[in-house]
Design a protein around this ligand. Structure first.
Ligand code: GLU
Length: 463
């Protein structure tokens, strides 16, 4: 059996959203499932739109999500000699021919075809045929090279997602595979790469489905077996439009900046166009163990931001507190909050993670533990009654005397003070909250006090 070899072949043109990175996740998972090889190839031949920064964004996004590759990154711009070499082979074998048609002539041809209600296509006027007399090449014009597409028959492939696809060769004109300056064009480079990199399964977006019959014909001209193709339906945004930067899609790394965990994003993307029964929350290992091409969705998947938040919460709940503290700290720093001298951030995170959707949420809540409490006048007026003041004083005395600073001990001290003053819990907890952290919304008060530490609590209670 041949080893599975898949690839992710992004064009580094600046932006990589969830839909794009899904085209990395699935071939990665398929390679891992089959103990195969995952190749990264950067398709950077569009010199106007490709930038090194965009390559970095791709590498960073993949690293963040743990999509490790076994080979590459290969850069198409560094493989030009190889493409020229294969081009020369095709020339020798008579699969390509020079075409001297000017842009004006092409425009004119297209216009005529449109006027006749036909699909615009190259008419083969420079294609050599036995007995055909070709026009005289115009002086001083560098020709493009066109691929001699078969004139009859059809291209058929069994798409792993879409099923059998058959395209008649009559619908395909002779593709330009080298520009006048000799540089190869996109579809040709892809085929040379997929051959050289021994790709067995091409898993990519279905925006490439129109390229596939052309690519298969080039494979055949080169005497090679095309790979298995799996064309993934598009990812739509939550409005049902094709996901793109223009209509507000976020780049993958922005999800990190918004406080998502990579494992939540991987789990989310896994389900965005593939399913394993009704499993919604699963580990990376389970995903790899279960991933197959048979259960890829056939219709477009729709991005659901609410579901992603929900999943992130599921993962935050289970995540290690120390790890979350490490992830939360930069958010606090960005907000100008230092955890220096304050309670353990891991302890604080533990109080908030169950109800947080993102690390950003955790950081926002955690701030109260590290800022000087500044209760509002309105809150103080409402909760700091004379009765409350007296109870706070007694509570402080009781807390000062506790043999051990643990919430298990703090809680009974509260209860005793409440009983002593004939009060209900909120009547004491609210003023205490205001004094120790400045707000009335906090997790359980005994846990808050435990974390803040006895000295801080007593100072803030005015004891
Ligand atoms: N470079 C192409 C893109 O970014 C993908 C080509 C392929 O997967 O064959 O859309």
């Amino acid at each position: 059996m041949t080893t599975v070899r898949t690839r992710f072949a992004p064009s580094p043109t600046g932006f990589i959203h969830l839909g794009n990175i899904r085209s990395a996740l699935y071939p990665w998972a398929f390679a891992r499932h089959n103990k195969g090889t995952f190749v990264l190839r950067i398709e950077d031949t569009d010199l106007e739109r490709s930038t090194p920064e965009a390559v970095q964004v791709i590498l960073e996004g993949m690293e963040w999500l743990g999509l490790d590759y076994d080979e590459g990154p290969f850069y198409q711009m560094q493989r030009m000699d190889r493409y020229r070499e294969v081009l020369a082979q095709l020339k020798t074998a008579g699969h390509v021919y020079p075409c001297y048609m000017s842009v004006e002539e092409l425009d004119e041809l297209r216009e005529q075809q449109r006027a006749r209600g036909e699909k615009p296509r190259y008419d083969g006027r420079w294609r050599p045929e036995p007995g055909k007399v070709l026009p005289e090449p115009p002086a001083g014009v560098q020709p493009v090279l066109r691929f001699k597409n078969p004139l009859s028959g059809s291209v058929v492939w069994e798409d792993a997602v879409k099923g059998r696809i058959e395209i008649s060769n009559e619908e395909l004109d002779d593709l330009v595979i080298a520009r006048p300056d000799g540089t190869p064009t996109y579809n040709f480079c892809v085929v040379v790469d997929d051959i050289d990199m021994d790709i067995t399964h091409v898993i990519r977006g279905d925006d490439h489905v129109n390229n596939t019959p052309r690519q298969i014909n080039i494979f055949e001209a080169l005497g090679k077996q095309p790979p298995v193709y799996a064309h993934l339906p598009t990812v739509l945004n939550d409005q049902g439009e094709k996901m793109s930067k223009r209509n507000g899609a976020m780049s993958v790394v922005q999800y990190r900046e918004e406080g998502f965990l990579p494992e939540a994003v991987v789990n989310y993307l896994a389900r965005l166009g593939w399913a394993h029964g009704d499993a919604e929350v699963f580990t990376r290992e389970q995903f790899v163990a279960w991933f197959d091409l048979e259960h890829l969705g056939k219709s477009p998947a729709q991005h659901n931001p609410e579901k992603l938040l929900w999943l992130n919460n599921q993962y935050l709940k289970q995540a290690d507190n120390e790890r979350l503290a490490g992830l939360t700290d930069p958010f606090l720093q960005k907000a100008g909050v230092s955890v220096e001298g304050g309670p353990s951030l891991a302890g604080v995170v533990a109080l908030f993670k169950d109800r947080a959707n993102t690390i950003k949420d955790i950081a926002q809540s955690a701030e109260m533990f590290y800022r000087k409490p500044v209760p509002s006048e309105a809150d103080l007026a409402q909760h700091m009654t004379d009765a409350a003041r007296a109870a706070v004083k007694d509570l402080a005395t009781a807390l000062a005397a506790l043999p051990e600073w643990k919430k298990e001990a703090i809680s009974p001290a509260f209860k005793a003070t409440l009983a002593q003053h004939g009060m209900k819990m909120p009547q004491l907890a609210m003023p205490v909250r205001l004094l120790v952290v400045g707000t009335t919304h906090t997790p359980a008060i005994d846990a808050v006090l435990e974390l803040l530490g006895r000295d801080t609590v007593l100072t803030r209670l005015g004891a």
